[in-house]
Write a protein that binds this ligand. Structure first.
Ligand SMILES: [Zn+2]
Length: 136
């Protein structure tokens, strides 16, 4: 049986639990993730919405893209920690930001996406399958 993954924000108000393993684990180097995190990239895990439970309070940040899609990121209302992506209660799947894991050793990325946006000072780990943009 797979160990249940769990995590949360810095202050512990916003918590999540996964009852099934993620579909994907990777690193996103897109400019939006860089700006949203204030870092070089965002480590992410994708889960079915039905596999997740979330407790606590969060602020929803919405960003409209030129192609009509909307990026939704959710941060703890208390400490500001970025925890998950997608519209809770609407999205069929969610991104969990892997830095929020209680046990960071549970993260095993296999893909790197939007590598075209990675700045020179970011090292893309060897061994990941790299995609210049979003994988088809
Ligand atoms: Zn918090």
């Amino acid at each position: 049986m797979t160990k249940e993954l769990s995590g949360g924000c810095l202050c512990g108000d916003l918590r999540w639990k996964a009852h099934a393993p993620p579909h994907a684990m990777g690193l996103c180097f897109c400019a939006d993730c860089r700006k949203a995190s204030g870092s070089g990239f965002i480590p992410f895990m994708n889960f079915d919405a039905s596999a997740l439970s979330v407790t606590g309070r969060w602020t929803v940040h919405r960003l409209a893209h030129a192609d009509g899609r909307e990026a939704v990121r959710n941060s703890c209302i208390v400490c500001g920690g970025l925890v998950f992506g997608g519209k809770w209660g609407e999205s069929a799947s969610h991104t969990i930001y892997a830095g929020s894991l209680d046990d960071p050793s549970a993260f095993h990325p296999t893909i790197a996406i939007f590598t075209r946006d990675a700045p020179d000072w970011v090292v893309i780990p060897p061994g990941l399958k790299a995609f210049a943009a979003m994988p088809g």
